[in-house]
Ligand binder design. Sequence first.
Ligand code: HEM
Length: 199
Amino acid sequence: MRASQIKPILFTLCLLPFASLTFGIIQNDLGPNPVEAALHATGEWSLRLLLITLTMTPLRRMLGQPWPIQLRRMLGLFTFFYASLHFTIWLWVDQAFSWANIINDITERPYITVGFMAWLLLLVLAGTSNHYSIKRLGKSWKSLHRAVYVAAIFGVLHFIWLVKADWLEPLIYALILTILLAVRLFFRKKPQSWSIKHA
Ligand code: HEM
């Protein structure tokens, strides 16, 4: 399989939640609380895409093929896109750009603090995902981009912290992230050739 064949399909699939949200807004069909619905959809999609991005490295090792790595950047940028949409909806519709309230919420409400930290990390990762940064940062680029795991931990914590009753969904995300972190540790201990022998 080639990344160039998968990329256009993946790009379209990643745009579908945005298209569905836009359609819902135009049709006035987002339910009784459209702001909450938009916040939930964008928050969930950024977390889902972040976890999908994290599966690309183990997938490459397991399949012994390069295409998962070639899709990682696009998935990461879509994660940042949905997280920024989520943040913008909160800043604009929820907070009406009232900077005093915004700073107060970011510093006083723990679930907002970790969500904001996750977004800041995603901003840095998206900003340094280009070829120029990869060249300039050299070896430290890889270390910097390991922060994607920290962003995912913050994203999951943000979700766990904000739910009041229904714990099932955030706990499923936490379980998936734990498995991905365990797989990462497993591969770190194994030599690179493991995937080729077992592919
Ligand atoms: C920029 C900082 C962020 C702010 C201010 C923020 C704010 C919010 C707010 C106000 C909600 C709705 C809370 C409620 O229903 O009571 C929410 C939900 C959520 N956010 Fe964020 N968020 C931020 C960043 C992120 C990031 C980076 C992610 C993912 C990586 C994320 C994932 C989620 C998820 C999964 C939900 C729950 C959706 C649901 O209830 O189904 N958020 N966020």
